[in-house]
Design a protein around this ligand. Structure first.
Ligand code: BJ8
Length: 435
């Protein structure tokens, strides 16, 4: 594949042939799923551009930042606080884990019944096709679910990821859990200072907090605008914006999201939607969808429904709470950061009641007709919670469809059949309640 970035990828020791194949597939899928959509906001052009340069210009920018002495930190989870990374003038990026790559190789280290996200990151690492992994100075692995914990352990033992830093995580939202969480953030801050040779000061941390709060505020603004009917933006595009939030420069990204929001506000005032009014409105809830995991949203939105919110880490779970900005000392700020991240209601916590409450309140706010619970196959924490989500929501007359799937496209027609039947069920209900 001809590309001006080829020398850069060569220097990063990527497997060029496999990387070409990956970019080809990604380009085709993007063309079909994203560029084929009608009536998109103009502002989505920025995000199309970011995606077209996700292995090109963005990597070049990271390498330029390194040249200027900045460190790049990679992560797989929203529990890794970007505020601390920014406070040492670092750059944080999400690492590739949203596609099946080198699955057979990954299964030499992991059982077959490991979730696709974990196998995905192994595959990207083993096949040398992730330019982010090849660029980062530190990878943060967090002890969240059992699969990730053990996968990071294998990465260390087998030297699959060299510069791996492990962050421990509590399992319960108790005082003891909070104390562990706080001490892990203090340790991480020290590790960042050691890596960068920079000291975190109240001013640098305050700036980090403000930058990330602004980013989350823009995403919250976008989420709120999706309550409008007709839907002013597709769920696919909103998901893409959320996905890009893990790769892009946070200040530039915030400005691009706010521009889309300005445009969407005008659309709402003019009654312009991306789909006709009264389409069935769906919330997606469950496991995170990393790039290029667009299968389920694509099926839903090509089946006469629209996604109006994501209860996911690549969605509201990741951005709905803010860090209190009133802290003046380092201790206060670190405490506020700890408090904010401790609220994230990932299913790895036991018990985890606030997640159910949040799904219910999201459904009311977005005027959703139903919830599709999305589970990556073999992800026990979300699979177990999906039963409770279904029971609780159905008891308040919100229909729920549970989908358990992986990254392959083999089951796409089967999912389509189930989604269409679900939309029909919602429509029949609406009809019988209005007569
Ligand atoms: S905060 S959801 S990003 S851990 S899908 S690897 S849970 S077996 S990704 Fe997650 Fe952080 Fe929680 Fe969010 Fe394990 Fe499940 Fe796989 Fe998962």
């Amino acid at each position: 594949m001809e590309s001006k970035y080829r020398p850069m990828w060569e220097k990063l020791a990527l497997n060029l042939e496999a990387h070409d194949g990956l970019l080809n597939v990604l380009g085709n899928v993007y063309q079909d799923i994203y560029l084929g959509q009608k009536n998109r906001p103009e502002g989505m052009k920025y995000f199309d551009f970011v995606m077209s340069e996700v292995h090109g210009l963005r990597i070049q920018e990271l390498l330029d930042a390194q040249q200027q002495g900045r460190k790049i930190i990679g992560s797989f989870c929203v529990f890794v606080p970007e505020e601390l990374v920014l406070a040492v003038d670092g750059v944080m990026v999400g690492l590739c884990a949203g596609a099946d790559v080198a699955t057979e190789k990954a299964e030499e280290f992991l059982p077959r019944n490991t979730c696709a996200l974990i196998k995905g990151f192994f595959g990207f690492a083993l096949a040398d096709v992730c330019p982010y992994l090849a660029t980062v100075d530190l990878v943060v692995g967090e002890n969240t679910c059992d699969g990730k914990k053990k996968a990071y352990e294998i990465c260390r033992r087998e030297n699959i990821i060299e510069n791996l830093y492990i962050m421990d995580m509590p399992q319960m939202k108790s005082e003891a859990g909070l104390a562990l969480f706080r001490s892990e953030y203090v340790k991480f801050a020290k590790e960042l200072e050691k890596l960068t040779g920079k000291t975190i000061t109240p001013a640098s941390l305050q700036r980090g907090i403000q930058v990330v709060n602004n980013k989350r505020q823009a995403l919250q603004r976008l989420a709120a605008l999706r309550s409008a009917d007709p839907a002013p933006i597709s769920g696919l595009d909103a998901l893409l914006i959320n996905q890009v939030s893990f790769y892009d420069d946070p200040i530039r990204f915030t400005s691009a999201v706010n521009q889309v929001c300005d445009e969407i506000e005008n659309r709402i005032q003019a009654g312009i939607g991306v789909f006709p009014k009264d389409r069935r409105r769906i919330i997606l809830s469950g496991c995170p969808m990393a790039v290029p995991n667009w299968k389920v949203p694509m099926v839903v939105e090509s089946s006469s429904a629209v996604i109006v919110g994501e209860e996911s880490c690549v969605g509201e779970r990741g951005f709905r709470s803010q860090v209190d900005e009133s802290g003046r000392t380092l201790d206060q700020m670190l405490e506020h950061i700890t408090q904010r991240y401790f609220q994230i209601d990932c299913a790895v916590f036991t018990p985890n009641p606030s997640r159910l409450e949040h799904i219910k309140s999201m459904t009311a706010r977005t005027k959703a007709d139903g919830v599709i619970h999305y589970n990556i196959q073999f992800c026990s924490p979300y699979q177990i919670e999906s039963g409770w989500v279904e029971k609780e929501l159905e008891s308040v007359k919100i229909p729920v469809l549970r989908i358990d799937t992986d990254y392959s496209m083999d089951d796409v027609e089967q999912i389509r059949t189930r989604v269409e039947a679900f939309i029909e069920r919602i429509s029949d209900r609406e009809l019988s309640s209005s007569t």
